[in-house]
Design a protein. Structure first.
Length: 277
């Protein structure tokens, strides 16, 4: 497998998966020890896990409290907003768009360096919603897109830095434009790698049990979903494998989700029992 086709998810991405699967309902305070045991199932060491939790707090995604010598972590409002968006877009069907009759939505933005965090949040949201990068600060998507959800939220501010247009390309080489905005051959290669690894797995690599497998599966798929453009079929290659990969993901989710949840909540319960001793 070529290096470009397999990208191991980051520890931060794994923790976001844990938050999305097990923390959206009541946002429990999770001890460091639980995160250590969970990420250990994915061959992520203690130092890396502790460093990642600290950095996520510094970035505003997590908060922490102390109980004696123990540190517990829970999601901030910013973290929860990101996780809700991730979860919705990870599990919804990424269907092919109908022919948009040549109408495209164009988002243009330029943030000063002191607003880099706002710029990064906007880029993440546009990528999640299937937009492609035409050039620096110019993102495009076919069709007339509703931007209200993408451009709203308490966790960032875009006022004065973002413009949105809807129109028809003129004098455009559409094939070249799409090739610049989306790396479709590379994405096909990544889909094939996902299918090769997950289609009939006896055990996912670097995962100790159903919980580790489920976290890796969801995080792997989320990376693909985040890069998947919402294009009409006429713009996609004939061998586009996204639907097949989505079916594999859904089937494996049904296989692992229940057992994974039991393992996670057992770890959490054990940590609470330990505090009572």
């Amino acid at each position: 497998m070529s290096p470009i086709s397999r990208r191991m998810p980051t520890p931060q991405a794994m923790i976001f998966t844990v938050l999305g699967m097990y923390c959206l309902d009541d946002n429990p305070k999770i001890p460091t020890s639980v995160y250590l045991r969970v990420l250990e199932k994915l061959d992520i060491g203690e130092h890396t896990t502790r460093t990642t939790l600290t950095r996520m707090r510094e970035r505003g995604y997590l908060k922490r409290v102390r109980r004696g010598r123990e540190v517990l972590w829970y999601a901030s409002e910013t973290g929860l907003a990101i996780v809700r968006r991730q979860r919705r877009l990870t599990f919804e069907e990424r269907s092919v768009l109908p022919d948009p009759d040549g109408v495209w939505t164009v988002v243009s933005f330029s943030f000063p360096e002191v607003r880099r965090r706002d710029r990064d949040i906007l880029r993440q949201r546009l990528a999640w919603e299937g937009f492609g990068t035409l050039r620096d600060g110019v993102w495009i998507s076919p069709g007339e897109r509703d931007m209200s959800d993408i451009l709203s939220g308490k966790e960032f501010s875009i006022k004065g830095y973002v413009d949105v247009f809807v129109g028809h390309p003129r004098y455009a080489d559409m094939s070249n434009m799409i090739a610049r905005a989306w790396q479709l051959p590379t994405l096909i290669e990544r889909y094939r790698a996902f299918l090769s690894e997950w289609e009939e797995p006896s055990r996912a690599p670097s995962a100790a049990d159903a919980l580790g497998i489920n976290i890796l599966l969801i995080t792997d798929w989320r990376q693909l979903a985040r890069e998947t453009p919402l294009l009409s079929r006429k713009y996609l290659p004939e061998n586009w494998p996204a639907h097949q990969a989505m079916q594999v993901f859904q089937r494996l989710q049904q296989r692992y989700a229940s057992e994974a949840g039991l393992i996670f909540y057992k770890l959490l319960a054990e940590s609470r029992d330990d505090r009572k001793v």
